[in-house]
Design a protein. Sequence first.
Length: 80
Amino acid sequence: MPVLRPVINKRRCSAMPDICLAMPACPVGAIGYVEDQEEPLGGRIVIDYACCDGCGACVTACCGEAIELRELPAAESTPI
Ligand code: SF4
Ligand code: SF4
């Protein structure tokens, strides 16, 4: 059965944890940041689908309209 989960469009995301509005908006703390020098911006915002319940608060809060809810197969809604 498909579930709604937020997906980040990295081309729109500034990947700046200090100013990210989506991270503090998540009621379950599912949004984090990982440094990764392979990324053009030096890191990326990540969402832990094991904690996420698909409430959509991050979509509303994101300052860059970089997050959208998508229907994913349940098998894909695992930690990333
Ligand atoms: S608010 Fe949105 S665009 Fe800004 S860093 Fe967070 S997820 Fe990326
Ligand atoms: S959909 Fe809700 S629970 Fe999931 S990451 Fe966004 S704010 Fe957090």
